[in-house]
Design a protein around this ligand. Structure first.
Ligand code: PGA
Length: 263
């Protein structure tokens, strides 16, 4: 269970509700494409812009090798769900969806059950999913991180099977490290990534679990990315704030490619 999955590492850019205009978004995409071009055989790069930018970004990125994803989706494919967007609608535009981000759990009241339904819906459309898990600062301080993360993983993957493994990514993002500048110490990150891999193995089988990529996220920056991607069980990073600066993001992609190139 110690080995890294056979797939390439993944560097995923979660833009959240940024940038606030399409021109800046397209400039950022151009920057990302120029970085990713030289690294396409070493690292998967995926960007997750806000919904209104998906169409123009997808047009601009044709044949760039950069993957495109949405930051959320609903679990039904169509119907009377005002304001929602289904995986079936996203599929022609993008290959990936993030579900269960802690900001959605916190501000929108998303539960483990909703996250599980979204995960299953994305996979049923043969798209790839990044399911986010992570403990709050109170859990961390109380030493209950493992219990919380375990229950989130078990609930979120409730209806997943070995067949989903190559399209399944789990991002461990301690909530207290997101957007705070306070990143988790690599030892804590390592222990949690190992726990997640073990649980996934119990749920879908150890062989299939090796294909599931497990990322670290939370205040990843150019100057600390190496500490995380060097962890033996880390298959890449989910980057928020630092992904909005093309130069800083370029550095994160290059460091990841270098570290994995030496494994
Ligand atoms: P951050 O965000 O890198 O700004 O901490 C990470 C995330 O929320 O995915």
């Amino acid at each position: 269970m110690g080995a890294r999955p056979p797939g390439m590492p993944l560097v995923a850019a979660n833009w959240k509700m940024n940038p606030t205009n399409i021109d800046d978004a397209l400039d950022l995409v151009r920057g990302v494409m120029s970085v990713a071009r030289g690294q396409a055989d070493k690292v998967d790069v995926a960007i997750f812009p806000p919904f209104p930018y998906l169409v123009p970004v997808s047009d601009l990125m044709v044949e760039s090798g950069v993957k495109l994803g949405a930051q959320d989706t609903f679990w039904e494919m169509s119907g009377a769900y005002t304001g929602e967007v289904s995986p079936a609608m996203l599929k022609p535009l993008c290959q990936w969806v993030i579900v269960g981000h802690s900001e959605r759990r916190l501000h929108l009241g998303e539960t483990d059950e909703m996250v599980a339904k979204k995960t299953a819906a994305v996979l049923s459309c043969e798209m790839s999913v990044i399911m986010c898990v992570g403990e709050l600062i109170d859990h961390y301080d109380a030493g209950t991180s493992d219990t919380i993360v375990s229950s989130q993983v078990k609930a979120g993957l409730a209806s997943c099977s070995a067949d989903d493994s190559a399209r399944l990514v789990i991002a461990y993002e301690p909530v207290w490290a997101i957007g705070t500048g306070r990143s988790a110490d690599p030892e804590h990150a390592y222990k949690t990534l190992r726990l997640i891999r073990k649980i996934v193995g119990e749920m879908i089988g150890a062989g299939a679990a090796r294909k599931v990529r497990i990322l670290y996220g939370g205040s990843v920056k150019a100057d600390n990315v190496q500490e995380y991607v060097e962890l033996p069980l880390c298959d890449g990073v989910l980057v928020g704030g630092a992904s909005l600066d093309a130069e800083e993001f370029a550095h994160i992609v290059k460091v990841t490619a270098e570290v994995y190139g030496h494994r």
